[in-house]
Write a protein that binds this ligand. Structure first.
Ligand code: 6PG
Length: 248
């Protein structure tokens, strides 16, 4: 899907979240949403905190998870949790018991990853977690979540979350990231990508079949779900829509 600008993209993403929340709660009694860090989703979280959107979501039955986290304290400005706390969670609509941050207080990042796997086991009953909706961003280097080019995390098949060293883009901190087996189990994935700075990487991923080692985002292929790319005009600028290898 293509939008005139970042604001219309964010409005449409917020609207989609409201719709999927309603459908999921009707169908299964709860809505599981995996959040992304990054500047593009930030605006979506601000919109969701606004009553125009927020009042239309049944937050009591909405569970918030994280697709990745920078391995810094939760009050650090680089923390994805801090960003969500300062936006979506400011209204107090989301009960604390429904928020599942990736814990970052362990000395070893792998312990942080294992603790998150335990959280996922508790909430999904031991089956591979299947989020109703997962938000994803795209880094200029092709990364998504904290799956960075060339990293062993790209080929992990037996873990739901792993620790990973810093990628090439700032902030240069270790991370915990969900892995492809979990990401691709999602019922729906929304890639939120804005600005012309992303135009070249969007073109590379959508018009040619790149390898996940160089372009990790190309590994996002839901097994039995929907993948939707939401792009603003800047991010879509270089696309030749006749040669897309996958629909937007
Ligand atoms: C993170 C994110 C990351 C992000 C992309 C795009 O923790 O850094 O989860 O994967 O989504 O880097 O970020 P922007 O939307 O800021 O470009």
């Amino acid at each position: 899907m293509q939008f005139e600008d970042g604001e219309s993209l964010a409005l449409s993403a917020a609207e989609r979240i409201v719709t999927v929340a309603k459908q999921s709660i009707e169908a299964r009694g709860r809505f599981t949403l995996a959040l992304s860090g990054g500047s593009t989703p930030r605006r979506v979280y601000i919109l969701l905190a606004d009553p125009a959107f927020g009042a239309r979501v049944d937050w009591k039955n909405t569970l918030l998870f994280f697709g990745d986290e920078r391995y810094v304290p939760h009050d650090d400005p680089a923390s994805n949790y801090a960003m969500v706390a300062a936006t979506l969670m400011t209204t107090g609509l989301v009960p604390d018991r429904n928020i599942f941050p990736i814990e970052t207080h362990f000395d070893d990042i792998d312990d942080g990853a294992t603790a998150y796997e335990e959280t996922l086991t508790d909430q999904f009953g031991g089956d591979t977690p299947r989020f109703d909706l997962m938000l994803m961003g795209l880094g200029d280097d092709g990364h998504t979540a904290s799956l960075f080019p060339g990293m062993p995390s790209l080929h992990v098949t037996d873990r739901w979350a792993v620790g990973t060293p810093p990628g090439t883009l700032p902030p240069a901190v270790s991370r915990v990231t969900l892995t492809f087996p979990v990401i691709n189990e999602s019922r729906e994935i929304l890639f939120l990508v804005a600005t012309e700075a992303k135009a070249a990487i969007v073109k590379a991923i959508l018009e040619s079949p790149p390898s996940i080692d160089t372009h990790p985002s190309s590994g996002v292929k839901p097994r039995d779900g929907e993948l939707v790319w939401m792009l603003d005009a800047g991010a879509a600028k270089l696309l030749d829509t006749t040669t897309l290898t996958r629909p937007l």
